[in-house]
Design a protein. Sequence first.
Length: 432
Amino acid sequence: MNYLEALNLLCQPIRAGDYPQSLKPMRVLLAELGNPHLGLPAVVVAGSTGKGTTCHHIARLLRGNGLKVGLYTSPHLHSFRERFMLNEAVISEADFIAGVEAVQAAAARLQHTYSTFEQATALAFWWFARQKPDMIVLEIGLGGRFDAVNVAENVLAVLTRIESEHAVMLGGSIRSVAWHKAGIIRPGSHAVTVKQSPDVFSILQREARAKNAWLHLDGGCNLTHEGGEAVLALAAWQHLLEQGLIPRRHFMPGLNFNSLPGRMEQVQLNGHILLIDGGHTPDAARRLRSEVNRLVGPLRPVRLIVGMLGDKSAHDYLRHFDAPRYHVVLTQAPGHRASTPAVLYAQANYRYARVEVVPVLEDALAQVHTAPEEFIVVAGSLRLAATARESYGLLPPAEMAEALATRQIFDGVSYLARLRPMAQTASALPAG
């Protein structure tokens, strides 16, 4: 079995109605694998926006302390293997194949169907247990309380800004979403959160009190672009130091973290300044607008190329760019879950921005070469950010080949065929 065959085996869509209400199936799977998650001290990060970037920043700080650090994040940008990292290296194809074989065999013995995310999380624990890191940093996939990642031995919970994303699957309200996120707080342990809305913070406080845990209000609650996640990551690092969970070094790490690919990523292209951002929540839109103002001021013309997935709140995202300076180009993000430009146009309901509908994504992205605006933003979806990076030649050839092959697995004929029978009874969640 080669790497792509292993990845295809792992790919298992689930129905929205199948979102787990218990961690028992995940615990059973890990027990079948020998409980590889036990003995791995973990920092677990949940939230609605910025949690992946925060995970990367925390991992960087821990590596700066001389630690061997495992990092598990989702979703991926170009390669599924990006989700699994040890220090700065992604999992090898050979280790990935071995991990898939182990997880698939365990699931077969249990005669239970696990989602892609559950299997990938089990694979991550299986791999980390063999690499013996000093600490692992894990990003919650969806929710928190019943997310597969939440079986980890959490020594610190970190909470980024919580919004009403995935509210339908998480109880229908911002308070129910917050309840799910609060589930990563461990009894008698510590949690760090940025400033939240009063409703959200009250839920976090109640969870911490019920578990005799310490909830620390800290981090970059009022900062924009990369600063917020960097400050939150530093707060997490400081709490780990204070608890004696990491060695104390004679240095203070700086906050000049580089942005991650596809997250507030700035590049020069054909005389244009290009900003690529995969954020899709209202808070991500606010932060993107603030970053645009920081980079080019409040008046300079900006071309904003936007594509979003159908389960995101397009109106709440797009309304932050209803100003005369914006030339908004609505297009269709990659994949079967994308909203059409017509739907985006109806939800935008713009009064001041100039709006253009370009149904073909390749045509919309090609505008970067001839647009009169010097500053161009591509945003609204991590999938769109990935496609933009690939279209603009930001990947080496080998990585490009893997990216295209990966997309073919998750958006190809075989995967879509697996979705169709499910669509007759309920909508499907993304495989990752």
